[in-house]
Design a protein around this ligand. Structure first.
Ligand code: ME8
Length: 499
C-alpha cells in the first residue's frame, strides 16, 4: 500500500474575506500535496476555517449578527477560493462541525486525566487580534505609550476564572524534542526564535474562557468554553479520525507537515506538542513556518487599504500565472513581495515566452507540416544529450520539492526548458523539412518527449495548464506521437490598467 502523507495548512479565521496571504499558504500546501501524490504517496491534505473565539464574537457583534452566522457566511468565501485556486484538499474542515467538538473534548479529557489541568484565576494581557495571552515582559510600547503585543496588536487586561494547562512542566521535554529532531521546526531562523523563547521559561497557559460562550464546551465544567487555540490546533487530529477511528489514525497520524505562517509558530511548536505529550498522542513530524507576503514591500492591512483579493488576481491573470509567480518568486520560508508588474513579468518570461512558446512552436509545426504525426526518424547524439539535460532538471525539481525548497525547484525545472529552446534553435527542424525529413522527425519526437516530461514535472505548480498541455501532446508512445491541434496554453499577459 502507498505510504501515507498528511499535510495541513493553518485553519483560517473567517472574520473577514480571504486575502492573498491565505491564498499563498493554500497554494504552497497544494503544490506539495500534488507533488507527493505524483510520487505515489497516499496524500491526505486538509485546510479549513477556525471559527470560534473572541475575535469572531466581536466582529459578529459589530456586524449585528451571531458568530455562527458570520462563520457560515465567511467560511463559504474560503472554500470558494480553494476551489477557484485549484486547491486539491481532501477535507475542508470547519471547527463548528460535530466531529471536531468530539475530538476537542477527547483531547481535553486526556489532558485532564494526565493531571495537567487545574482551575485558577487568570489575570493578564490578551490580544483579541492574535487570540493570544502575553506576559508583561513581552509587550512593546506603541504611539502615545499604549501597550502592544510583540506583533503590534492592541492588548486588553483580562481577569476571570479559567482552567490552566501545566505548560511549565513541558519546558524540558520540549527542549529535548527540539534537540532530538532538528527538523521539527523549519526553517532554521524560526527554530532559533522558539528555542530562545522556551529556554526563557514557560508559564502555565490559560485554556478556557467564561466571558463568552462561542466555543467548544469544557467537559464537566459548565460556563467554560475552550480557549480557541486548544480547539483550533485539534483540527489536525479531527481530520485524522481522532478519537474513534483507529485505523484512520494509524494511517494518517502523526501528520508529516503543518504548513503555517511565521506569526503562529509558537502555537504550533510549543503549545501543540505540549498538549499532545500530555494527552500521550504522537507528535507531528514537522512544522514549517512560511514567510509573509507584502504588497509592494508593505504590510497589508485593512486600515491602509492595501489588502489584495486573490480571486481578482486569479480572475485577471489566470490561476496558474498566480500560482507560478508565488511559488517561483517567493523564496520559500522568507517574506516575499508581490505586485501586478512582478506577476506579469514572471509569467510572461517563464511561462509564455519560454515554456509556452516551446510547446506552441513544436506542436504548431507538427500540426502544420506532419499532419500531427511524428515518426521515429533518425536519432543523433544531440537527442540523448537533451533528454539527459531535461532529466537532470526534473530530478533537481524533485529533490528540491522533497526538501520544500519550492522556488529553487521551479528554477531548476526552467533549466530544462532553456535546454529545449537551445536544442530547437540548433536543430532547426524547419530547415530539415525539405532536406532531411527523417532527421526532422527524430528532432520533433525528442522535443515531444522532453516537453511531456517537463509538463508532468511542473504539474503540481500549474495543474490546470499542465493537464491541458498533456492532453494536446496525446498518448505517450515510444515511436509514434499523434498530437491534437494546439491552442496556446500560456497566453501573454497584459498589465491590468488600474494596477
Ligand atoms: O492565525 N502572508 O488564522 P489567520 C502570508 N486561525 N501568510 C499570511 C499572511 C500574509 N500576509 N497573513 C496571514 C490564524 N497569513 C489561526 C490559525 S491554525 C490551528 C489556527 C497566514 O486567518 C498566517 O500566518 O489569521 C496563518 O498561517 C494563516 O495565514 C491563517 O491566518
Amino acid at each position: 500500500m502507498a505510504e501515507p502523507f498528511y499535510i495541513t495548512t493553518a485553519i483560517h479565521y473567517p472574520n473577514g474575506r480571504p486575502h492573498i496571504g491565505h491564498a499563498y499558504e493554500m497554494i504552497a500546501a497544494d503544490a506539495i500535496a500534488r507533488f507527493q501524490r505524483a510520487q505515489g504517496r497516499d496524500v491526505f491534505f486538509q485546510t479549513g476555517t477556525d471559527e470560534h473565539g473572541l475575535k469572531m464574537v466581536k466582529t459578529a457583534r459589530e456586524r449585528d449578527m451571531t458568530a455562527r452566522e458570520l462563520a457560515d457566511e465567511m467560511s463559504g468565501y474560503f472554500s470558494e477560493m480553494a476551489e477557484k485556486l485549484d486547491i486539491s484538499s481532501d477535507r475542508f474542515i470547519r471547527t463548528s462541525e460535530a466531529d471536531h467538538y468530539k475530538a476537542s473534548q477527547a483531547i481535553w479529557q486526556a489532558m485532564a486525566d494526565a493531571g495537567d489541568l487545574y482551575l485558577d484565576r487568570y489575570e493578564g494581557w490578551y490580544s483579541v487580534r492574535d487570540e493570544a495571552f502575553y506576559e508583561e515582559k513581552e509587550l512593546v510600547e506603541g504611539e502615545g505609550g499604549v501597550k502592544l503585543s510583540p506583533q503590534g496588536t492592541p492588548v486588553e487586561w483580562t481577569a476571570e476564572e479559567t482552567w490552566f494547562f501545566r505548560l511549565s512542566k513541558y519546558q524540558q521535554p520540549l527542549l529535548d524534542l527540539y534537540a532530538a529532531n532538528p527538523d521539527f521546526i523549519r526553517p532554521e531562523s524560526r527554530r532559533n526564535e522558539i528555542l530562545r523563547f522556551v529556554e526563557g521559561g514557560l508559564a502555565d497557559l490559560s485554556v478556557s474562557r467564561t466571558s463568552f460562550d462561542w466555543g467548544v464546551p469544557v467537559p464537566g465544567s459548565p460556563g467554560h468554553v475552550m480557549y480557541v487555540w486548544v480547539d483550533a490546533l485539534t483540527n489536525y487530529l479531527t481530520g485524522a479520525g481522532y478519537p474513534d477511528d483507529s485505523a484512520r489514525l494509524a494511517r494518517y497520524w502523526p501528520a508529516d507537515i503543518h504548513l503555517i505562517g511565521k506569526d503562529i509558530v509558537r502555537f504550533h511548536t510549543v503549545y501543540w506538542p505540549a498538549f499532545l505529550m500530555s494527552a500521550k498522542i504522537a507528535l507531528p513530524k514537522q512544522v514549517f513556518g512560511h514567510g509573509f507576503l507584502l504588497n509592494r514591500g508593505e504590510k497589508m492591512s485593512k486600515s491602509v487599504g492595501n489588502v489584495v483579493d486573490p480571486m481578482a488576481l486569479a480572475e485577471y491573470y489566470g490561476v496558474d500565472a498566480l500560482r507560478y509567480f508565488l511559488l517561483r518568486d517567493v523564496s520559500f520560508g522568507n517574506d516575499g513581495t508581490f505586485s501586478d508588474e512582478a506577476i506579469v513579468t514572471r509569467a510572461n518570461a517563464d511561462l509564455s515566452n519560454s515554456f509556452g512558446n516551446l510547446a506552441q512552436r513544436t506542436l504548431a509545426f507538427i500540426a502544420k507540416n506532419c499532419d500531427g504525426r511524428v515518426e521515429a526518424g533518425r536519432a543523433e547524439e544531440a537527442d540523448a544529450v537533451l533528454l539527459a539535460e531535461v532529466d537532470t532538471a526534473c530530478a533537481g525539481f524533485t529533490r528540491a520539492f522533497e526538501d520544500l525548497a519550492l522556488s529553487q525547484g521551479v528554477e531548476l525545472w526552467m533549466t530544462g526548458v532553456f535546454a529545449c529552446n537551445q536544442y530547437i534553435d540548433a536543430q532547426a527542424p524547419w530547415g530539415l523539412r525539405k532536406t532531411d525529413p527523417e532527421r526532422m522527425h527524430a528532432v520533433l519526437g525528442t522535443l515531444l518527449r522532453a516537453i511531456r516530461r517537463l509538463a508532468v514535472t511542473i504539474a503540481p505548480v500549474v495543474p490546470g495548464s499542465a493537464a491541458k498541455l498533456l492532453a494536446q501532446l496525446g498518448p505517450d508512445g515510444d515511436r509514434d506521437f499523434r498530437i491534437a491541434p494546439p491552442t496556446p496554453i500560456f497566453p501573454r499577459l497584459e498589465l491590468k490598467e488600474d494596477a
